[in-house]
Write a protein that binds this ligand. Structure first.
Ligand code: HEM
Length: 262
């Protein structure tokens, strides 16, 4: 078996083990020490869901989905966003200035709702998503029974269709000067989100996208307001898309985006 698959199975076993522990504690009436130690699984077990949806098999699979779909995707976007902010001092200055308006005391992080009102921060988050692409390849969709009408084209039932985010996100007619990380383009035209495909679109788009946005707003604000950082031995080749590992990846020998926290 491919050694990578074994690692994946080990991860799955570890997650099932952790979920089993939560179920066991829940059955024995042991509560987490305080609310901050409660997990999504504590809430599911306390809920009115039918028993089969609280079983280890189901919750373990949920845990696996959360970790697989919700960690690398977010960290990859945050790395790319961090790289572009740190390599453009004027963007960093502007972002910090805006953050200080709602975040005067670095010890007190504002709510996500407050952060979402900030236009420049929003532009930074959207540019991070645009240049990290979401999925590297087309996510195919097939209409099994219907003829899809697209402009002058009639696409027969059963045909696989898809778009490549990279080409849309780098289309200069939609995003002029597309290689440039430019938060202002989102202030000038917030409806560009129509063309932001990182989370896909439609009924099977990312179910975690609101959680992901919350993570981006809170982390971007927290990191850039609280820390002074500079890039360490990192350049464009550490963020430019070269390989499709589902999540787009830079050159294979890249050590990733590295920073000094000053
Ligand atoms: C930058 C962050 C993220 C990106 C770019 C992203 C992207 C995507 C995309 C493109 C899909 C559709 C996949 C397909 O068509 O086959 C998807 C689905 C999904 N995502 Fe995300 N995602 C992100 C964060 C998250 C988070 C934080 C979670 C949960 C913790 C999550 C959970 C899921 C799940 C469960 C699905 C499957 C939904 C379904 O099939 O109905 N994602 N995501």
């Amino acid at each position: 078996m491919n050694p990578g698959v074994v690692k994946l199975q080990d991860l799955q076993k570890e997650i099932y083990g952790q979920v089993a522990e939560v179920i066991d504690q829940h059955e024995r009436g042991i509560k987490p020490e305080d609310d901050s130690h409660a997990t999504i699984f504590h809430s599911l077990l306390d809920s009115g869901l039918p028993d089969e949806e609280k079983a280890l098999k189901r919750l373990g699979m949920d845990g696996f989905s959360l970790i697989r779909a919700g960690t690398e995707s977010v960290s990859s976007t945050m790395s790319i966003l961090t790289y572009h902010v740190l390599s453009n001092p004027h963007i960093l200055r502007k972002l910090r200035k805006e953050l200080e308006t709602v975040f005067p005391d670095p010890a007190v992080l504002p709510s996500c709702a407050e952060l979402e009102t900030l236009p420049y921060l929003t532009g930074v988050v959207q540019e991070g998503l645009r240049l990290s692409y979401g999925a590297g390849h087309r996510l195919q969709r097939i209409a099994p029974n219907d003829v899809l009408q697209y402009k002058g084209w009639a696409i027969p039932p059963g045909t696989s269709t898809g778009m490549t985010n990279f080409h849309v996100h780098n289309n200069p007619e939609i995003f002029p000067d597309p290689k440039t990380f430019n938060p202002e383009r989102w202030i000038e035209n917030p409806r560009l989100d129509k063309y932001l495909l990182s989370f896909s679109k439609g009924t099977r788009n990312c179910v975690g996208l609101n959680l992901a946005y919350e993570e981006f707003y809170m982390s971007t604000a927290g990191i850039f307001r609280r820390l002074a950082m500079e890039l360490f031995e990192t350049d464009d080749s550490d963020v430019e898309y070269q390989y499709d590992n589902y999540t787009p990846k830079a050159r294979l020998d890249s050590k990733g985006v590295r920073v000094f926290v000053k």
